[in-house]
Design a protein around this ligand. Structure first.
Ligand SMILES: [Zn+2]
Length: 112
């Protein structure tokens, strides 16, 4: 059976990257908890900016969840098995998206 050590390392470093990103976002958002006494235009810009940061944060959290799930599947030996239909996921696809849990067919269905 093929070992996924290489991809495991790849996933772990990707995970670190997202963790750093979340840290950076949190520093940035905490920064902004200064009393609001600016004019309206500036306030609007600020909350828009916060929305962007929150969206980035959400995205990073979601990615980490997917990466964790992929790491778990590697440990369980089900890494290259589609979680939806049980077929194997092509290794080409796993190379491109190492945290995917769906084969190309199911991923296409899910995106519609
Ligand atoms: Zn599938």
């Amino acid at each position: 059976m093929e070992s996924f050590d290489k991809v495991k390392k790849q996933l772990q470093s990707l995970r670190d990257e997202y963790m750093h990103r979340i840290d950076a976002i949190e520093v940035e958002t905490h920064h902004k908890e200064t009393p609001v006494e600016k004019d309206f235009a500036e306030q609007a810009t600020q909350s828009e900016n916060d929305d962007v940061l929150t969206a980035l944060d959400d995205e990073a959290q979601r990615m980490i969840m997917q990466i964790d799930a992929a790491l778990l599947r590697i440990d369980k030996g089900t890494y290259d098995i589609c979680q939806s239909c049980g077929e194997s996921i092509s290794h080409k696809r796993l190379e491109a998206i190492p945290f995917t849990s769906l084969c190309i067919n199911c991923a296409e269905k899910a995106s519609h």
